[in-house]
Ligand binder design. Sequence first.
Ligand code: PMV
Length: 329
Amino acid sequence: MRLRKRYSEASAPGKVVLFGEHFVVYGSPAILAAIDRRVHAKVRVSSGEEITILSGQKLGGSAGSGRIIKTQNGPEPKQLLEPLVECAKAVLSERGYKIGLNIELNSYFPMGVGLGSSAACCVAITAAVDSLFHQPTKKWICMKATESERRIHHDSSGADCNICTYGGIMYFTKGNGFKRIRVEKDLPLALLNTKETHSTGELVSSVKNYKDSNYPAFRGLAGSSKIISQKALNAIKHSDYRGVGGLMNQNQTLLQEIGVSSRKIQRLIDLCLKKGAWGAKLTGAGGGGCVISLFPPDKHSTFFRWIENNLKTCEPFPLKIDYEGALIH
Ligand code: PMV
């Protein structure tokens, strides 16, 4: 395939897991939603064969040919940047090219807090690099990005790359892929950041350890997670927000049981529930990261103002769903 341009830009949204995180790795369903905050990747062909990644704001440094040149603050920049260099290389090799690239990444949401930043980076880089050659399909972007994301999170379910590529809300199982969930309006959700960063890989391994040493208990919890996600699918479709909230609380209990909640997560959840939220839970791998809470729709703005005033340090924002997924600009 021939190089058709020397510069391209693509972006992909972050995501929240509304239901079923961790258990999705073992075949139970999960419900995910793309959020209206994105990672942008700008790719420029350079001379030589080096691939350099430069990142702004929250991402952590620059890397060349798999070798980290410089890192800034940010969680585990080396572990993230090296796989992203590999992600760009994998696309080039698929197109039969060995060329130099300067990649600039900008994330408009915090990374390492369960909002799918690594998947969004893989999707945006895959889309941007491939669009140097042609107009890639979402199916291909998702497949290649998932392979790359597995270099970051070895046991990843693949759910994150799917939602970051296609956008919207979806019901996902590892075996059957995703089904889009159509909703009339956005769920009245707010997002709070504990500011405790986490490593998805480490949390996924700790859950594996839990499963290996408590298999009967784990099987029971995975069964409950499956039922919760199935009921949630119905409740979301019918805009039964009180029902969705109650199921979020049940889901959180399972996540506590497998040891991925934290004191700070629990404190934020308790505060939201005390203030009248119908449900609240961690989202993503846990061990810190973000909390989502669902408030009665007629009180959403009042509660949101309260959160903004009282939990400012948690950088709250109302969740809006992104329906576009990966975009080539
Ligand atoms: O915290 P995040 O955004 O990396 O989400 C991880 C979700 C898990 O279910 C824990 C893992 C997975 O691959 O689905």
